[in-house]
Design a protein around this ligand. Structure first.
Ligand SMILES: C[S@@+](CC[C@H](N)C(=O)[O-])C[C@H]1O[C@@H](n2cnc3c(N)ncnc32)[C@H](O)[C@@H]1O
Length: 372
C-alpha cells in the first residue's frame, strides 16, 4: 500500500530520514510531503512514531487531472467502500500546483462528487453522512496535472501530541520543535539547552527524542474508525513503542525562561509525558555564563512580533549569536522571524534554512559541527 506524510516547509529532508529509519521504502519526496510504501501496521507506526509529520495519509487513488473529467475519474476509481467508515461526514481539501485546474472550490466539489459516486457504485448515489460523527478528511493533491487522492489517517494534526496542556502566546509547534532538534544533530551524551523555552516545547521534544518516547503515544487517530482498523495492530505498535523507550539513561537537558509563569507551564507539560525528571526547568534571564562550553542549544527567542518589543528581541538575538561566536564547540541553532539577522551571524559558519513557524516566515540558523 502507498502512504504519504505531509510536513512543515523546510523539514521534508528530516521527515524522509525518519521514514527511512523506520524501514519504509521512499517513493517520492517533495518540499511538503513524502510518499512511501507500507503495510497496515505502517499506518500505526508512522502515526505513532514520526516526529515531523503533520499528518499521515493512505493513497486511495492517483491519476491524471488535466481536466475536471480526468480528476473525477481518478477520484471515483478509489476503493471508497473499503476505506470510508459508515456515516462519518467526508470533507475534501485541495492543493493545486503547476496545473491547469486551479479553482480549489471546484476541485473539492468534483472530488467529493466522485467519492460519493465511487462509494455508492453508481452515478448520483448517496453517501450517508451523520453530522454528529467526526469528520473524515480527504486531500486532493494536484501537481503537474496529476492527482493524488489521499485519505487522512491521523485526524487531529500530529503536532497535537496531547501533552501540551498549556502554552504561552507564541508556542512553536511540536513537529517543528522536533525537526529543529533533529536538524541540530544533538549528541545525547552532551548537554542540551533552550534558554528561551516558553512552554518548554523544544526541550520536551529533545527529551522525547533522547528517550525514544513515541510522539503519538498519548493520543488517538482517525484510522481507529476506519473499516480496515482491525487489520492495523495499533495496540501492538503502542506496546512496541513503550518497549523501545530508553528509560534508564539520563540526559543533561536544561530549559529556562525569564518568565516564571512560562516555566510553570513548561513543568506541567513535561509532567504530562512523565518527563519531569528528564528536563531541569529554571527561571532565568539569558546569559552566556550559564551555557556549557560544549553541547547543543536550540531555541526560539522572541521576534518582537508577538511577545516583547523589537529592541529587546534584537538584543536577545545579538546575545545568542555572540554566544555561538564565543563558544565554538556549541552547536544547534536559532529559529527566528526577526529581519536583518544575517549581519549578526557574520563570520559564523551557520547554515540558514527557510522554515516558517506557522504563519511567520522564519529562518533557522544552525550548525551541527563543533567548529565556529
Ligand atoms: C517565542 S517564545 C518561546 C516559545 C517556546 N518555544 C514555546 O514553544 O512555548 C520566547 C520566550 O522567551 C522568553 N524571554 C524573553 N526575553 C528573555 C530573556 N532575556 N531571557 C530569557 N527568556 C526570555 C519569553 O518569556 C518567551 O517565553
Amino acid at each position: 500500500m502507498r502512504l504519504a506524510a505531509t510536513c512543515n516547509y523546510g523539514l521534508s529532508s528530516v521527515l524522509k530520514n525518519e521514514i527511512q529509519k523506520l524501514g519504509f521504502p521512499i517513493v517520492e519526496s517533495t518540499e511538503r510531503f513524502v510518499r512511501f510504501e507500507g503495510d497496515f501496521r505502517a499506518i500505526a507506526t508512522a502515526n505513532l512514531r514520526l516526529r515531523t509529520a503533520n499528518r499521515v495519509y493512505v493513497e486511495v487513488s492517483s491519476g491524471n487531472a488535466g481536466t475536471f473529467d480526468e480528476l473525477f475519474e481518478t477520484a471515483r476509481k478509489g476503493e471508497w467502500r473499503r476505506v470510508l467508515p459508515v456515516g462519518n461526514p467526508v470533507s475534501v481539501r485541495a492543493v493545486s500546483e503547476k496545473s491547469a485546474l486551479d479553482s480549489l472550490p471546484t476541485i473539492q466539489k468534483t472530488v467529493k462528487k466522485a467519492v460519493v459516486d465511487g462509494y455508492a457504485g453508481r452515478p448520483g448515489g448517496i453517501l450517508p453522512e451523520n453530522p454528529e460523527l467526526p469528520e473524515i478528511s480527504i486531500l486532493a493533491l494536484i501537481r503537474d496535472n496529476r492527482a493524488l487522492i489521499l485519505l487522512d489517517t491521523s485526524g487531529d494534526p500530529l503536532h497535537k501530541r496531547w501533552y501540551r496542556m498549556k502554552t504561552g502566546e507564541a508556542p512553536i509547534k511540536e513537529t517543528l520543535a522536533a525537526g529543529l532538534v533533529l536538524l541540530s544533530n544533538w549528541r545525547f551524551s552532551e548537554p542540551f539547552r533552550d534558554p528561551f523555552c516558553g512552554s518548554g516545547t523544544i526541550a520536551i521534544e529533545a527529551a522525547m527524542i533522547a528517550k525514544n518516547v513515541a510522539p503519538g503515544i498519548l493520543r488517538s487517530f482517525a484510522f481507529e474508525r476506519f473499516p480496515f482498523a482491525d487489520e492495523i495492530s495499533l495496540e501492538e505498535e503502542r506496546q512496541a513503542c513503550v518497549k523501545d523507550e530508553r528509560r534508564e539513561k539520563s540526559h543533561d537537558i536544561v530549559a529556562s525562561d525569564s518568565d516564571a509563569d512560562m516555566v510553570a507551564m513548561a513543568i506541567e507539560n513535561a509532567r504530562a509525558l512523565g518527563l519531569s525528571d528528564s528536563v531541569v526547568f529554571e527561571i532565568a534571564e539569558f546569559s552566556i555564563e550559564r551555557l556549557p562550553k560544549k553541547g547543543t542549544l536550540v531555541t526560539n527567542p522572541p521576534y518582537g512580533e508577538r511577545i516583547s518589543d523589537s529592541e529587546s528581541a534584537k538584543r536577545a538575538h545579538e546575545d545568542l549569536f555572540s554566544a555561538f561566536r564565543a563558544l565554538p564547540e556549541l552547536s544547534g541553532g536559532i529559529i527566528t522571524g526577526l529581519e536583518n539577522v544575517e549581519p549578526m551571524a557574520e563570520g559564523l559558519t551557520m547554515k540558514n534554512r527557510k522554515i516558517p513557524n506557522g504563519p511567520i516566515p522564519c529562518r533557522y540558523y544552525f550548525r551541527t559541527s563543533h567548529r565556529g
